[in-house]
Ligand binder design. Structure first.
Ligand SMILES: Nc1ncnc2c1ncn2[C@@H]1O[C@H](COP(=O)(O)OP(=O)(O)OP(=O)(O)O)[C@@H](O)[C@H]1O
Length: 604
């Protein structure tokens, strides 16, 4: 019940007055529908199908009196004319009401989609690290689809209930006793059917869980398709897929079972009720023929609405878990929201570092319930317009440190200062807007080289594009492509080699003319010749920007002005490249000697 109220509140918050307008349309449509039914009696009487005694049945007797003032030959034409007018007006109104319905529904979905997407993008990095990406994909596609369907059903439910109330009102007017009898049966049936709604909700929860597993599994497996194929893991994955699909199928069949059982109950009971109702009307209540006819028409239209309401309630119950899931994620995102101003996009020159970036006694933990610190008492100074390299064994804390320097992770203790001023939640975005980041796992879109570049700086000219490509030594391979900048690079850039991908990503980062260039393993996929080119590029770029680079391949950072060596989240060595390589017992010297030996052996 709480969830349905939440849903109604949210829908009302979005649609407001439009919902009332919709309701008003429905009331008028139902009234016109009722008038159409009332017109049937004199019409059938005039045609001669029935010789109905109109007696003192409300509305019909008034209508009959009016008709008597018209010459007999025109009576049928007049009544048919009114009938056509009433039905046409009803159809016209219905058309507009359906349109309004669609507008409310689609607008509501648009606003939900936007809210959840904005909340996702506003959430901080640590939140994203802790969640499965596939859960978000699931929410934004399948769960939103279910909520959409639930909204359609909800609006349909309001329509049905409005129609029902009006028709019950008319029926009450005609015969209170008979109407009460039917309503009593309806309430009784609704009470018996509560369990169907409960089951539908349980199966709806199951649908959410199954769909989550489906999305997560598909996502992981498609990302790891190379591993699956090269390790011959196809069969085990097909078995997993088979089992999950079996569960999905069983879940849907169970839901249909609940629906068909309740429909069966409603249909059989409706046949019994209609029989009982006609019998009682004729034998016990002695209803007049015209009155009986109107009531039978009303109830034969009314009763199926009970069935529709029951079926709608069950289906809404099965989609409510999707709505709850959506609100939960949105709430979690909002709990982790950064105070980012979304209209400010990262851009060039929004922040210039004059002196340098400083870490003052920085501590960081991914999980505050654990004792483990990924960064412990880190104190360091990164001078502007210099190249600082961060090295260390795998798991030493290099990525955590640069994520902290970029303001993606906020220190648990200590602070990050730019030119001596501590970063706050507000200024951290200025810093982030001034960074060009080249990640380890390069991210490229399945489109042309040009569009991949323009994504970073849509206003860049052809000349600026080529300048950036030259700087990153990516121009040579692109010039060889027949379509040049318009060449398509495939999904995540699969049509390029690892080195080509990395150089393209570097060009993309440079296009922003960032104040700080952060590179995570920029040369890991490059051969010696290209590595040298990148070294030269970085050397040149030092004059224009501050460079921070993580490197496993130490030859890449030969020209670094400062090297920071991390181990277990702490700085254990720092200094110039030559200085550290000369420290015989230092970790850096050992790492360097180890890499040189491997290189020499490979060269033999
Ligand atoms: N999202 C995370 N949640 C929890 N712990 C994490 C997370 N990311 C990293 N860690 C832990 O923090 C420590 C530092 O990890 P980090 O990724 O910074 O190391 P690294 O030096 O960059 O390693 P590599 O060279 O392998 O990329 C590791 O012990 C790692 O297990």
């Amino acid at each position: 019940m709480g969830n349905i109220l939440l849903f109604v509140n949210k829908l009302y918050a979005f649609a407001g007055i439009k919902l009332y307008l919709n309701l008003l349309c429905m009331i008028v449509i139902s009234l016109l529908d009722g008038i159409g039914i009332f017109l049937l009696v004199p019409m059938l009487s005039l045609i001669g199908i029935f010789d109905v005694h109109i007696g003192n049945v409300l509305i019909i007797s008034t209508l009959d009196e009016v008709l008597q003032t018209i010459p007999t030959i025109y009576q049928l034409a007049v009544i048919l004319g009114i009938f056509i007018l009433v039905i046409s007006a009803q159809a016209l109104l219905q058309k507009n009401q359906s349109l309004l319905d669609a507008r409310i529904q689609q607008g509501f979905m648009r606003s939900l989609r936007l809210d959840i997407y904005q909340a996702l993008l506003r959430a901080n990095w640590i939140f994203h690290l802790q969640r499965r990406k596939s859960d978000f994909q699931h929410i934004l596609t399948s769960e939103l689809g279910r909520v959409n369907y639930g909204t359609t059903l909800f609006l349909r439910l309001i329509t049905t209930i409005t129609f029902m109330i009006i028709q019950v009102g008319i029926a009450l007017w005609l015969s209170a006793r008979m109407t009460m009898l039917v309503l009593l049966c309806g309430v009784l049936l609704a009470f018996i059917s509560r369990k169907f709604i409960k089951h539908a909700k349980e199966y709806g929860n199951q649908t959410t869980e199954l769909a989550k597993s489906y999305y997560a599994g598909i996502n992981d497996q498609l990302n790891g398709i190379k591993d699956i194929k090269s390790n011959m893991l196809e069969q085990s994955h097909i078995s997993w897929f088979h089992k999950l699909n079996h569960d999905i199928e069983a879940n849907v069949v169970e839901q249909v079972k609940v629906q068909t059982n309740s429909q069966l109950l409603y249909k059989v009971s409706s046949a019994i009720l209609i029989g009982l109702f006609i019998f009682l009307s004729v034998e016990a209540f002695r209803a007049q023929a015209a009155q009986l006819m109107v009531i039978i028409i009303l109830f034969s239209r009314l009763w199926p609405r009970f069935t529709v309401i029951q079926s709608n309630l069950e289906q809404i119950a099965s989609t409510l878990p999707a709505f709850k899931n959506l609100l939960d994620i949105q709430k979690e995102c909002e709990g982790a929201a950064e105070s980012i101003a979304l209209h400010c996009t990262g851009g060039s020159n929004s922040f210039r570092v004059k002196g340098g970036i400083e870490c003052r006694s920085v501590y960081f933990r991914y999980d505050r319930s654990q004792e483990f610190y990924a960064l412990k008492n880190v104190n360091l100074f990164i001078p502007a317009y210099r190249m600082t390299a961060i090295v260390g064994k795998s798991g030493a804390g290099k990525s955590t440190l640069i994520d902290t320097l970029m303001g993606l992770l906020r220190p648990e203790r200590g602070e990050i200062c730019i030119d001596g001023i501590a970063l706050t939640d507000d200024t951290v975005f200025l810093l982030r807007g001034s960074i060009g980041y080249v990640p380890q796992d390069s991210f490229l879109f399945h489109t042309s080289i040009r569009e991949n570049l323009l994504m970073m700086n849509p206003a860049a000219s052809e000349e600026q594009l080529w300048d950036a490509l030259k700087l990153s030594a990516a121009n040579e391979f692109i010039e060889r492509f027949p379509l040049g900048l318009d060449s398509e690079i495939g999904d995540r850039g699969v049509r390029l080699s690892g080195g080509e991908r990395q150089r393209l990503i570097l060009a993309r980062a440079l296009l922003r003319k960032p104040a700080i260039l952060v590179l995570d393993e920029p040369t890991s996929a490059l051969d010696a010749e290209n590595e040298k080119k990148i070294q030269e590029v970085l050397n040149k770029l030092k004059e224009e920007m501050t460079i921070i680079v993580i490197a496993h391949r130490l030859s890449t950072i030969r020209n670094a002005d400062q090297v920071i060596v991390l181990e277990d989240g702490q700085i254990i060595q720092e200094g110039g490249f030559q200085q550290l390589s000369n420290e015989a017992n230092g970790v850096f010297g050992r790492l360097l000697r180890h890499q040189t030996e491997i290189k020499n052996e490979a060269g033999k």
